[in-house]
Design a protein around this ligand. Structure first.
Ligand code: SAM
Ligand code: SF4
Length: 343
């Protein structure tokens, strides 16, 4: 990937990004592809309609966007998708962004399903990544297969081990699902901690149509937390990451657990995030339809000015909060799947 064109973008710190609800934006989730090698049942249908390849931004364009956000005070960039590691040459992009860590950026990181992590862990560490999130919803091969519709648990576990060996700090992400992995959660937490990894539990969100009824699977984390508190001594932790996890330390396992509760405990008041799809559409809210088109801005005759104006527009239209609801007869809050907007 050449960065010469990209380097023309002026990144002198223009006005920081502050939305109309006085929230300062410092965190970008940048999707590099909506494609994936798994088909998690809560995320997408088996026959997923992916975005047209011709509409996907080049790696150079993604880097230009990253620079534009850094120029407006974004300090953390998380590459996501879809599965970021299925995008060819994505490490070139990580490396290019990684050069800004310690200067404009505090951190470049990524969220991955881990299937390709064994091949890429060393390169990620060399590219400037220090921490990654790996999604792991089950350590039981049959449950993993049913949930992801693919037989990939051994590769994922190998990927997690390789990442640890490469010196990457790992946080596991687990979507809690009723009747699927709920009984396994305490074991999963204990295993994560025994390996030295933190773990965050996530509530399933109504994003895009899937092949099952979300209300059959939704599990409130307040219930899960009460169950875990009956087993273990859990103390609220002061630890914060740039994302929405709220953490507890568990005395018996010596590890940390996070709860991401978009449904049961709204955290929008502290939102510091923006999301950009692999086609350059900026969605200021995961749960909203508002968007601005950064691809057109990038491909205009005045990309710097157009991109800056698009970011200003995003600040005006970022909603105060999402309005997620899961229930019989309710349509998804958004037709977009999480794999499109970027998790
Ligand atoms: N493929 C990568 C992975 O799975 O880690 C990155 C993209 S994925 C969309 C990011 C995160 O979103 C994963 O932790 C996944 O479990 C979560 N996710 C996907 N769909 C979701 C939904 N409808 N509700 C809650 N979390 C979801
Ligand atoms: Fe792929 Fe991640 Fe969605 Fe699973 S959650 S289908 S791994 S994008």
């Amino acid at each position: 990937m050449t960065t010469r064109k990209a380097d023309r973008l002026d990144t002198a710190l223009a006005s920081p990004l502050v939305d109309s609800h006085h929230r300062r934006i410092t965190y970008l989730r940048l999707s590099v592809t909506d494609r994936c090698d798994l088909r998690c049942t809560y995320c997408m249908p088996e026959r997923m309609q992916f975005l047209p390849k011709a509409d996907i931004l080049t790696l150079e364009e993604l880097y230009l966007l990253a620079r534009a956000f850094m120029g407006r005070g974004v300090r953390t960039i998380r590459l996501t998708g879809g599965e970021p590691l299925v995008r060819r040459d994505v490490i070139d992009l990580v490396r290019a962004i990684g050069r800004h860590v310690g200067i404009e950026l505090d951190e470049v990181t990524l969220t991955t399903n881990g299937t390709q992590l064994a091949q890429h862990a060393d390169a990620l560490a060399r590219a400037g990544v220090r921490r990654i999130n790996v999604s792991l919803d089950s350590r039981d091969p049959a449950t993993f297969r049913a949930l992801s519709r693919r037989d990939a648990l051994p590769q994922v576990l190998e990927g997690i081990a390789a990442a640890r060996d490469a010196g990457l700090e790992i946080k596991l992400n687990t979507v809690a699902m009723c009747g699927v992995n709920d009984a396994e959660i305490p074991d999963l937490v204990a295993w994560a901690h025994s390996q030295g990894h933190a773990i965050s539990l996530i509530e399933t969100m109504p994003l895009g149509e899937v092949d099952e009824r979300r209300e059959d699977r939704f599990l409130s984390l307040s219930q899960v937390r009460a169950d875990l508190e009956s087993r273990w001594t859990m103390t609220p932790s002061d630890a914060r990451t740039p994302g929405p996890s709220r953490y507890f330390d568990i005395a018996e396992t010596g590890g940390r657990i996070g709860f991401i509760t978009p449904m049961s405990e709204n955290f929008c008041a502290g939102c510091n995030r923006l999301r950009v799809t692999a086609t350059g559409q900026l969605y200021p809210c995961l749960g909203g339809g508002e968007r601005v088109d950064l691809r057109s801005a990038l491909r205009s005759h005045a990309p710097d000015r157009e991109a800056a104006q698009a970011l200003d527009r995003a600040m005006l239209i970022k909603p105060e909060r999402h309005d997620f609801r899961i229930g019989t007869g309710l349509a998804p809050a958004q037709p977009r799947h999480m794999s499109v907007t970027g998790g």
